[in-house]
Ligand binder design. Sequence first.
Ligand SMILES: Cc1ncc(COP(=O)(O)O)c(C=O)c1O
Length: 445
Amino acid sequence: MAHYPDVSRSRELYNRAGDLIPGWTQLISRRADQFANGVSPIYAQRAAGSRFIDVDENEYIDWVNAVGAIILGHADEVVDGAVKEQIDRGSLYTLNSPLEIELAEELCNTIPSAQMVRYTKGGGEACSVAARIARGTTGRDKILICGYHGWHDWYQAANFGVDPESGEYPFAGIEPIGVPKALAGTVIPFTYGDLALLETLLTEHAGEIAAIMMEPARSELPPTGYLEGVKALAEAHQVILIFDEVSCGWRQAIGGIQSIAGVIPDMTVLAKAMSNGYPMGAVVGSQAVMEPAARMFISSSYWSDNIGLVASLTTIRELKRRDSERRLAGIGEKLRAGINSALASAGLAGRCAGISANPYVALDLPNGVDSRKVSTLFIQEMARRGVHTYMSFKATLAHSDADIAQTTAAASEAFTIIKAGLEQENLDSLLVADVRKEPFRRQVR
Ligand SMILES: Cc1ncc(COP(=O)(O)O)c(C=O)c1O
């Protein structure tokens, strides 16, 4: 049986971080309590292709891939080569960079909703820009949202609304501490898939809503007709429709979920995989919606940085050149099939489902079993076998058949341990790690 990896250097660094960095990390999903704390690695020192090496010199297959920011694989030679060449020519000019135009043209040729483009350095920031443009273009303040759209005030204001029945925030796990209470009521969440609720909200707040911002999909394709219904409602109420494709973009299709669904929003927010690990974000949209942004104060020094621009341009071209849609579909399919046979061989009830770009494991647990304990045990046993993952998987073009074979072999053993723990009702004694915290409730699965 595999030993638990020594992660003592990771843990020592994490303790030091606790004294220096409030909340330990810069992204909540990177906190140790999101994994199997005590067994999972916390700090990395190198990454290449489908793998990384932690600070204790353990090697892992990576299925988290910087929460989806990596799509070609870590340290991709072509993207990094273009970035290194650009560094030698200057990372940030005093003047504007022609790359801004070149990337805008590439985006307009790639994303169905793109006619005009603005840039940022990340996804949440790009969502903020989209919200500003929508409010500025319509002269209205309220925004209906469905999904995760970042840390900024405009969006976090949605969490002032507490459900009177459950007493819960719409996004359990996030409290709107530090968000101006004056923003309460300006952003209203709606449930994915519920067109009737969306229509009710649009009618209740008629004439006040600037935009509907939503994740069109995450790990499942949208139900037939749903996005069409959302678009029809947006048009009927003259509200701007914004798809946040920060997480779902580029993977299932290079043109985004909109290119699969055939539903073209007024604006789209892009980030993460568009630049394979270099800071970048973009808001694209129709000329009618985007053009008024010229008069709005939307401005930042680093949004013209050449590194993100060249990384994006190269990543998008490489996705096309390497036939990423077909290859990622194949990798996802193989992984799903492998995990499903691992479940079957362990005799554990559940399935690996979801789109090939983002398959996930759903277990049918007996009543009363704490699913967090089971997911911690899965992550713990996968880490023990050199696989870094959540209960879901983000594939890259660098994942090989050997990576999939190692992952499914590890999963088979992890599922066997979980099955025994459930039967003997001794999950606690199998857990070496702390039980993980759920990050926050997501509206779009
Ligand atoms: C759909 C979506 N929008 C926005 C964001 C925020 O992006 P960033 O973390 O780059 O600010 C995320 C990040 O997970 C996301 O998944």
